[in-house]
Design a protein around this ligand. Structure first.
Ligand SMILES: NC(=O)c1ccc[n+]([C@@H]2O[C@H](COP(=O)([O-])OP(=O)(O)OC[C@H]3O[C@@H](n4cnc5c(N)ncnc54)[C@H](O)[C@@H]3O)[C@@H](O)[C@H]2O)c1
Length: 252
């Protein structure tokens, strides 16, 4: 991709999975990374892999449920690089997804936690990062989900939070697109991570592949490639979009 070399990029939620995959891809294109995560050991391991490969990355602990923690992460990135070119808001409380439910059964504390981390957290990342992105004419991308648009019969809180993220993304593009800021959301389908690989029942795997128009499920690298495109100069005219990367599981 063109124009990633030297860019200062914050990954909020790079302790593993998709976020770590995106960090490593961006670093391989010459970007400089601040990698935040609640699971700081994972973020540190990702930064160490990048440095071992000759790249530039540091890690920091943050909690996406807490505004002060998010503000500190953004400040640390700006202090480190002297600017902020791009932000990937990626962390989500994947524990809550496991105990989510439908509109009758979803426990209210699970609902509140999903909204707090998965939607309010993204809002606060945007709020604190935008002044710097306006200055750099930079880009923000949000890891949303196919759940935000397909009307799942389960996971009501997760789907609502991610649909809110899509609205936030469009708001930013409309409000600051003319200032040179680009804002997009990526809607992954099922993507293997180190947490799910090897733990997936064969039956689920077969059904999940059958639901795509592809021969396999996703890998973090599939999403990382879209992040790289959106943050590169090749993505300069992509703004305000919900981009499905899901092997054709959804067609919109
Ligand atoms: N893997 C998939 O199939 C899939 C599909 C659609 C969307 N997504 C989205 O992709 C993103 C990444 O998910 P993943 O599959 O890589 O999962 P993952 O669990 O590997 O990554 C999520 C990261 O968020 C971090 N995190 C959780 N709560 C946090 C908090 N309060 N503060 C800071 N960090 C916190 C975790 O420590 C973890 O490193 C999420 O937004 C998820 O909703 C994933």
């Amino acid at each position: 991709m063109r124009g990633l070399d030297g860019k200062a990029i914050l990954i909020a939620g790079g302790g593993g999975g998709i976020g770590a995959g995106a960090a490593e891809r961006l670093a391989s294109e010459g970007a400089r990374l601040m990698i935040g995560d609640l699971f700081v050991e994972g973020a540190e391991a990702c930064a160490a892999r990048i440095r071992a490969a000759g790249g530039d990355a540091i890690a920091m602990a943050y909690d996406q449920a807490e505004e002060a923690s998010i503000a500190a992460l953004v400040s640390a990135a700006v202090d480190r690089f002297g600017k902020l070119d791009c932000v990937l808001a990626n962390a989500a409380d994947m524990q809550s997804i496991m105990v989510d439910g439908d509109a009758i059964s979803c426990p209210l504390d699970v609902f509140d936690r999903s909204i707090q981390v998965d939607m309010r957290g993204y809002f606060l990342i945007a709020r604190h990062a935008l002044p710097h992105l306006i200055e750099s004419k930079g880009a923000i991308a949000f890891t949303s989900s196919a759940s935000s648009v397909i009307g799942e019969p389960e996971r009501v809180a997760y789907g609502m939070a991610k649909a809110g993220v899509n609205a936030l993304m469009r708001h930013i593009a409309s409000r600051w697109g003319k200032k040179g800021v680009r804002s997009n959301a990526i809607l992954p389908g099922f993507v293997f991570t180190e947490k799910t690989r090897g733990n997936l029942p064969e039956e689920f795997h077969r059904h999940a592949v059958a639901a795509t128009r592809s021969t396999r499920l996703g890998e973090p690298e599939d999403i990382a490639a879209m992040v790289a495109m959106l943050f590169s100069d090749d993505g300069q005219w992509i703004n305000g979009q919900t981009l499905s990367v899901d092997g054709g599981a959804t067609m919109r």
